[in-house]
Design a protein around this ligand. Structure first.
Ligand code: SF4
Length: 302
């Protein structure tokens, strides 16, 4: 009896699935207890890749948003560019990368301390050379980690859980009652490619380091319906790419950090730029007016 593959969600009796889901629900307690008892000297490497070094192929993050154009541009091998990205976003992403590296290192050490009952694989590669489904759609990505539970030290795997680490601002964290849709879609791609039956989206509050529970809805099993949607959309974009028909833009906040905005030129960014310029102009005008007032000789008085 195990919960190792997506097929196990169908082939195992409900009471076995419930038992494993309960077990998986302890992930947060395990993590908190590990951090509480941890007094080791620790160092870890954190880093990130620039847009240019990203490999070609479709990335799970491009399949997760509302806009289909990033998948189209990826299929057309359009180069991603992020040098125009607002430093506000760059700084946020950098902090996110450091959190990821720290939490991945925690999970690695936690699993190492289990004496072979658990193991952790970080940055699990999704690549056409490794998985059939990735080959079918030319998906190149990586999942933050996969935690494997074993029935005895270094024995057979009995449960596999995909781990997706997400950092949120205190305000966003407070509003979060379930994983964001784009994160559900992104993890659905990972789960399908890596054949993992369960996933925990480990949301972390960047303000106070609180973490959302490893329970429903943040802990969930593979969603066949959602995968069907993503797969159909991807097939449709592949069809459009073969006839050189660009899918419609779906503009919004995601345009601000889209690697294809230079070629896509969404009106959203032009408007945002115009608003930012107007704000700078207003501030400069107010500054000029204030300094003129200060230069005016004071009149009146007895
Ligand atoms: S810039 Fe916006 S509209 Fe254009 S591809 Fe990116 S997300 Fe879509």
């Amino acid at each position: 009896m195990s919960l190792v593959t997506i097929n196990d969600l169908i082939s195992q009796p409900p009471e076995i699935l419930a038992k494993y889901m309960m077990w998986a629900g302890d992930l947060l307690d395990m993590y908190e207890n590990f951090v509480r008892d941890d007094d080791a000297d620790v160092s870890f490497t954190a880093g990130w890749n620039g847009a240019k070094s990203r490999s070609d192929g479709i990335h799970a993050s491009e399949m997760s948003g509302e806009c289909r154009r990033p998948v189209y541009y990826s299929l057309k091998k359009v180069e991603r560019v992020d040098k125009e990205l607002d430093p506000f976003w760059k700084k946020r992403f950098r902090v996110g990368h450091v959190y990821h590296a720290m939490v991945q290192e925690d999970w690695r050490r936690l699993c190492e301390s289990s004496g072979g009952l658990m193991s952790f694989e970080r940055e699990v590669r999704i690549d056409p050379k490794l998985q059939l489904i990735a080959e079918q759609y030319n998906i190149k990505s990586s999942c933050d980690g996969v935690i494997t539970f074993r029935d005895q030290p270094w024995g057979a795997a009995v449960m596999r859980i995909a781990l997706e680490i997400k950092t949120e601002s205190p305000d966003q964290f407070a509003k979060l009652n379930e994983p964001k849709l784009q994160h559900r879609r992104q993890t659905c791609v990972y789960m399908r490619c890596l054949d993992t039956p369960i996933c925990w989206t480990q949301y972390i509050n960047k303000g106070n380091q609180n973490i959302k529970p490893s329970k429903h809805p943040f802990l969930f099993s593979f969603d066949h319906r959602l995968w069907g949607e993503i797969e159909n959309e991807t097939k449709d974009v592949i069809r459009l790419a073969t006839i050189n028909e660009v899918p419609p833009r779906v503009e919004g906040l995601s345009c601000e950090f889209c690697g294809f905005s230079e070629v896509c030129k969404p009106a959203y960014l032009a408007k945002a730029k115009a608003r930012a310029n107007a704000k700078v102009q207003r501030a400069a005008t107010q500054k000029r007016l204030r300094s003129n007032e200060l230069r005016q000789p004071k009149t009146g008085g007895a």
